[in-house]
Design a protein. Structure first.
Length: 151
């Protein structure tokens, strides 16, 4: 890697071609295959001011190192909104450089600036690499998630 500084910032529409391979790799990791239409809709929502869903990217020079997607939403547990960090991905060649930590810190600052009461996220039980980072930067509340798929 060159000596350029890693920057974390909201994605721009021109980041789409570099985001797609990372988004695909993220889905591969979680063994899911989202439809092309879902991917198009998701990307469009990031740039729609009426949508509470956001994306930030880590960039070094022209290279997209990783991304984070997050959602600001209401909660019955607080008067303020909560911030849900939905997706976090750093390309394998760029791990171990605190890129994931910087992406989380970016979302944390966004949550603070929008007066959210909580920032939270989930990960799979077997994602031990990510859990090392998460245990370093956050509290593990012991919550178990259940799902009912509707579509």
């Amino acid at each position: 890697m060159n000596s350029l500084e890693i920057k974390v910032a909201p994605a721009q529409d021109n980041h789409h071609p570099k985001w797609i391979p990372l988004w695909s790799a993220y889905q591969d990791f979680y063994k899911v295959c989202l439809s092309e239409q879902t991917t198009k809709t998701t990307w469009k929502r990031f740039f729609d001011d009426s949508e509470p869903i956001f994306i930030a990217v880590a960039i070094k020079g022209e290279e997209l190192l990783g991304f984070v997607h997050y959602v600001i939403h209401r909660s019955t547990w607080a008067e303020e909104n909560f911030c849900y960090l939905e997706d976090l991905y750093v390309s394998p060649g760029n791990r171990g450089q605190r890129v994931g930590k910087r992406l989380i810190e970016f979302v944390k600052q966004q949550a603070i600036s929008t007066n959210c009461a909580r920032l939270y996220w989930h990960t799979q039980e077997n994602n031990h690499t990510a859990q090392k980072l998460y245990n370093w930067v956050a509290e593990k509340p012991g919550v178990i998630e259940y799902r009912v798929y509707l579509k």
